[in-house]
Design a protein around this ligand. Structure first.
Ligand code: PLP
Length: 392
């Protein structure tokens, strides 16, 4: 593959398999569970990851995404899964054994937290220490002789905290541990964790990579030596593979990923600047604002585009918050993020997640995913909802 392609060119051309039978220039959807096995007596690697035998071993549409993502990010190899959680679990089960220890971001997606706290710990005797991974010294102090993995989210879900990947990778490698970075909040083009020393970069492709809110998927990128281990265990033997149809949808979405991230980032900055100046807002946290607690790191690690994710809160009591949500017309109150449409989710003050977050978040707050609507219309919707609930 031509590794000198610029990002947008790689998004269009990377990985595509043209159809030799009919000359179609797009990759068809290979809805097949089986492939014909050669009868020439050559050996068959039944559990292999590099042969076309069965769609759980390898599938053409999965390969398109894997190669496209490698062309975009410069990663050596990529494995795709049926969901972001399947990709996360794939990494954890591949590199952690009973008796090992992991250092994990205390601000992270709830399933990551639960996987470590409950299942990996209680069922498989994998020890975990949750720390604030935006605090490099806290990470250093948490590492033990049996630490095999440091897992961070950057930007973190939902507070958008940024970990110093350069420094934390040195800590990991100094202790013979791997560093995995879940960069879902930034998509695959605003931040390049592998270039800053991370061993593995993960994404819920359900979010920005697919970008259209119509399919679940997950991916992990890194050196082939690591990715092949994940494929063998988590894809072939645990089986959480991505279906050809969803793979096709995601590879279609991925073509416009760099363009979408540009617009998400530009619109999010405009909305964040509006919120920062608005008298009805208690706080706003967006990596592209100078007021963000890790702004300098965001400038160092991100490419001048800060993605579309922010957290903020309005003034007013619980009733005002509910009314605000009820009054939004364009912006939808729904989970997930990275969609073409703006999505907002409210963590009320009773949410069991609040103790994990910095003090300012503990009264409750909104996580806001800025979509591809015109930012003027997004701001108009917010202003109208604030006026309706009497805080503006
Ligand atoms: N990682 C992050 C940061 C997420 O926000 C999510 C889902 O919201 C996931 C992983 C899990 O992804 P999926 O829902 O595709 O399993």
């Amino acid at each position: 593959m031509d590794t000198s392609m610029k990002i947008q060119t790689a998004a269009v051309h990377g990985g595509t398999r043209k159809d030799d039978t009919f000359g179609a220039i797009n990759t068809p959807i290979y809805m097949t569970s089986n492939y014909r096995i050669p009868t020439d007596g050559s050996p068959v690697d039944w559990s292999g990851i590099n042969s076309n035998i069965y769609s759980r071993n390898r599938n053409v549409n999965q390969m398109v995404i894997q190669d496209k993502l490698c062309a975009i990010t410069g990663a050596e190899a990529c494995a795709v899964f049926a969901s972001g959680v399947a990709a996360l679990a794939g990494v954890f089960i591949t590199f952690l054994n009973s008796g090992d220890h992991a250092v994990v971001s205390k601000v992270c997606y709830s399933a990551t937290n639960l996987l470590f706290k409950k299942y990996l710990n209680e069922k498989y005797n994998i020890e975990v220490t949750f720390v604030d991974t935006t605090d490099t010294e806290a990470v250093r102090s948490a590492v033990k002789s049996n630490t095999k993995l440091i897992h961070v989210e950057t930007p973190g879900n939902p507070t958008t905290g940024i970990c110093d990947i350069d420094e934390v990778s040195k800590i990991a490698h100094g202790s013979n541990a791997l560093l995995s970075v879940d960069a879902t909040f930034a998509g695959a083009v605003c931040i390049f964790p592998l270039k800053h020393g991370a061993d593995l970069e993960l994404h819920s492709m359900t979010k920005y990579i697919n970008g259209h809110g119509d399919s679940l998927g997950g991916c992990v990128m890194g050196k082939a030596e690591l990715i092949n281990q994940i494929k063998e265990l988590a894809m072939v033997n645990f089986g959480g593979i991505l279906s050809p149809f969803n793979a096709w949808l995601i590879s279609r979405g991925l073509i416009t990923h760099p363009l979408r991230m540009k617009q998400h980032s530009e619109s999010a900055l405009a909305v964040a600047e509006f919120l920062e100046k608005c008298s009805a807002v208690r706080f706003v946290c967006y990596p592209g604002l100078k007021s963000h607690p890790n702004y300098d790191r965001a400038v160092k690690l991100m490419n001048g585009q800060y993605s579309g994710m922010m957290s903020f809160d309005i003034i007013g009591d619980e009733k005002a918050h509910q009314k605000f949500l009820d009054s939004l017309k364009l912006i939808t109150h729904a989970v997930s993020l990275g969609d073409v449409e703006s999505l907002i989710v409210y963590y009320d003050k009773n949410s069991d997640k609040l103790p994990y977050y910095p003090e300012i978040y503990r009264k409750g707050f909104f996580r806001f995913s800025i979509g591809l609507e015109d930012p003027d219309d997004i701001i108009k919707d917010i202003k109208h909802a604030m006026e309706t609930c009497g805080i503006l």
